[in-house]
Structure formats: structure tokens, C-alpha cells
Design a protein around this ligand. Structure first.
Ligand code: GRF
Length: 196
């Protein structure tokens, strides 16, 4: 399957996916699309020789559908069949998620269904959770809500801050996402469960 990776920022999850997609991998990253021309991940995609595109959401103020229509054109022109959202920070409309139902994954930095949305690390700390982690799920119309395909969990330590949690979680994300994508592309829906 021709995989497209959507990013908004540094793209470390995109790098982890792209580096895993070599050799006999069932899907190679054919395109990296950023919604921000300044996304650092674009340079990393260049270094990995992956074609890139930018669809700047600021070109479509208050026009989410217009932004997605342009995104769709770019995806179709590249023959993309599967989307991996990786640090992608735009909310997608039900129209777009319906079009890509069963063909779009996302990674979210919490142990879903806990802490959908933003500020997940701070919320886990405020709740006094003993464990924290990340989840990969199928994208549906509802934010951070689709079927969970894998999770990686780790202990919260005394003195942890949102920053220290995020830093310790990122390598787990980089292990989880490629493992889930491989399994998903092989048609296997058994959840990937990792302990950090
Ligand atoms: C990560 O915490 C990821 O879970 C979240 O955005 C952060 C940065 O991701 N979605 P990346 O380095 O841009 O892949």
C-alpha cells in the first residue's frame, strides 16, 4: 500500500515510520505532507529522500473543507492509499475521516480512552496516574476515539513534569507506531501492547 504521512511539526514519528518502511515492508512512505511550510519534519523527509508537499491550513481560513479538498488532491495525485497522522495537529472533518475510514491511523500521547485532546501529560500528572503512555488508533469522526490498535505504557516517576513525561514517551511512540503499521498493513488487528 502507498502510505502518506501527515505532519505538523518536528516529525520524529514520521522518521520512525519511514526508517521502518524499508526492505520487505508492505508499505513505503511515498509522501510526507505538512500543514505548515515551516514544519521541521519536511527537512527530515528530504534527508530520507521522501517526496514532500505542503498544504498550508492558513491558506484556508475558516474553510476546513477547502483545506481538506486540497489535501485530497495532493494525496490522490501521489496515489496514496493509506494515511498515517504523525504529530498532525489539525482536526479533520467527518467528511474527510469517512473518506479514509479504515485507511487512516493516528498516534496520540495518552493511554486512550483517557485524555483525548491536548495537554495529555499534564492531565495524567494532575490525575496522579501511576502509568502514562501512547496509543495508535484508527481515525474516526470523533477526536482520538477510533479503535485502538496498540499502546505503549510506562511508569510515572516522582518529580515527573509534562516535559519529562513527553521526553520519555517519545521513544515509545517511535517503537509503537511502526509495529502497529506493519501489523495493520498485514491485515492483523491484534493490538500491539508494549511496556516501556
Ligand atoms: C508527539 O508527542 C506525538 O504523540 C504528538 O506530537 C508530538 C510530536 O510528534 N502527536 P512528532 O515528533 O512531530 O512526530
Amino acid at each position: 500500500k502507498r502510505v502518506g504521512i501527515l505532519i505538523s511539526g518536528g516529525g520524529s514519528n514520521m522518521v520512525a515510520l519511514a526508517k521502518d518502511m524499508v526492505g520487505d515492508h508492505p508499505g513505503r512512505a511515498k509522501l510526507v505532507i505538512a500543514n505548515d511550510p515551516g514544519a521541521g519534519g519536511l527537512l527530515k523527509a528530504n534527508a530520507l529522500r521522501i517526496p514532500t508537499a505542503v498544504v498550508d491550513h492558513r491558506d484556508f481560513p475558516k474553510d476546513r473543507e477547502g483545506f481538506e479538498a486540497e489535501l485530497q488532491v495532493v494525496l490522490e495525485e501521489a496515489g496514496i492509499e493509506m494515511i498515517a497522522l504523525a504529530g498532525f495537529m489539525r482536526i479533520l472533518t467527518p467528511g474527510f475521516t469517512a473518506k479514509w475510514a479504515g485507511r487512516m491511523l493516528n498516534i496520540h500521547p495518552s493511554l486512550l480512552p483517557k485524555y483525548k485532546g491536548l495537554q495529555t501529560h499534564a492531565r495524567a500528572l494532575e490525575a496522579g496516574d501511576a502509568q502514562h503512555g501512547c496509543s495508535v488508533h484508527e481515525v474516526t469522526a470523533d477526536l482520538d476515539d477510533g479503535p485502538i490498535l496498540g499502546q505503549a505504557r510506562m511508569d510515572v516517576r516522582a518529580g515527573d513534569t509534562p516535559q519529562s513525561l513527553a521526553e520519555r514517551l517519545l521513544p515509545l511512540e517511535h517503537q509503537l507506531y511502526p509495529a502497529v503499521l506493519r501489523r495493520y498493513l498485514a491485515g492483523d488487528r491484534t493490538p500491539v501492547m508494549l511496556e516501556g
